[in-house]
Design a protein around this ligand. Structure first.
Ligand code: MRU
Length: 351
């Protein structure tokens, strides 16, 4: 998929707000363009916003290098450090829940900090190398997640997925949709049920679009139809992505995931989470410590700019929820599947 492209001094992103009807690209030429693209959902999905933020650091340093070249005196080391801190802060604050964003920015900043602040040109060069590597690794990681997860899906079965954890949510291939893609590549005959994912409709707009492009049979349902479909034995497996996983295995993912997990538990349907290791936040004891983003009221009161509610109604719009570890049958990572992900099993996995 051509939705994420680095072009030496700009990051070209498919504007996901316009899908599925228009394929329009947004060019990020500065680090604030990248932060805006992330906060406004031009790009979304944990691994994708991490990789975008990595290129945001590169663009920020390029801006600094230009400023220094145009100045009578080159920018001093202290000023470079301060400006880098500001770039880091702007990017990290663009969205709070997905830890991949902080992970990617920290990875570049840590690499640069080991370089003893050489010339800005070298900092730009090294940051770009690392960002390109992060993007390349993301594709490989998702392929490995797909391979590790595909055996958990039976031939001739129906898989339900929520939100969009596909190629669009990553640099390529996807996590939850990566597992589905890999199973299809193995020759399995699958049907997918995509939940529309209110309020932002990532399932209806993005997952349905992505899967149909590849001719993977997909049926769209509204979020409140899941219980009915499970009761009717229409769903064999649930696979979702994740934005942050605490060290006890509690999972933050798109709002509605917790409800799905509860329903899957009640109906004894396997519930899997597919996520790269960069989505684990081992500094957090459990899900209650994960920051949950609340987004604009308009996402709830409007659909495509059309108002669907009284103007003065109070709105609550948390973008993510926490699924307790006890409902998760396994977390599929690039290094293998963590079955029954609790504190002990996660500790063992990371040893
Ligand atoms: O608000 P979004 O669209 O960024 O939320 C995305 C999700 O919740 C995904 O499931 C998650 O980031 C995993 S993407 C591989």
């Amino acid at each position: 998929m051509n939705h994420f492209k680095w072009d030496s001094n700009q990051l070209v992103l498919l504007d996901q707000r316009k899908l599925p009807h228009e394929e329009i690209y947004f060019n990020c030429k500065t680090h604030t363009d990248v932060a805006d693209a992330i906060s406004k959902m031009i790009i979304r999905g944990a691994p994708a916003i991490g990789a975008a933020a990595a290129f945001g650091v590169v663009l920020g340093l390029q801006e600094l290098a230009k400023k220094s070249n145009n100045a009578t005196d080159p920018i001093k080391k202290d000023q470079i450090k301060n400006e880098m801190k500001q770039i880091e802060k702007t990017l990290k604050e663009s969205r709070p829940t997905a830890v991949n964003l902080q992970w990617a920015v920290d990875r570049i900043i840590n690499k640069l900090s080991k370089l003893e602040l050489m010339s800005l040109e070298i900092l730009v060069e090294e940051a770009e190398k690392e960002a390109v590597e992060i993007a390349k690794e993301d594709k490989q990681t998702n392929k490995a997640i797909g391979k590790n997860g595909q055996s958990l899906i039976d031939d001739n079965s129906t898989v339900l997925t929520h939100c969009n954890a596909g190629a669009l949510a990553t640099v390529d291939y996807g996590t939850a949709l990566g597992v589905i893609r890999s199973a299809v590549e193995e020759g399995k005959n699958l049907s997918i049920i995509a939940t529309e994912t209110r309020p932002y409709l990532q399932g209806a707009r993005l997952t349905a679009w992505e899967l149909l492009k590849e001719k993977i049979p997909t049926t769209l349902i509204t979020d409140n139809m899941v219980g009915y479909c499970m009761k009717k034995n229409m769903i064999d497996t649930v696979i979702v992505g994740a934005d942050r996983i605490a060290k006890n295995g509690d999972v933050a993912n798109k709002i509605g995931t917790y409800t799905l997990a509860l329903l899957a538990h009640h109906h004894n349907i396997p519930f899997y989470v597919a996520a790269p290791i960069s989505t684990f936040d081992l500094t957090l004891n459990n899900g209650s410590e994960i920051p949950i983003e609340t987004r604009d009221d308009d996402e709830v009161t409007k659909i495509n700019d059309l108002s669907i509610a009284p103007e003065n109604v109070e709105v609550f719009n948390p973008s993510f929820d926490i699924t307790p570890n006890k409902f998760v049958w396994g977390i599929i990572t690039e290094k293998g599947v963590i079955k029954k992900p609790d504190k002990e099993n996660i500790e063992k996995f990371f040893k």
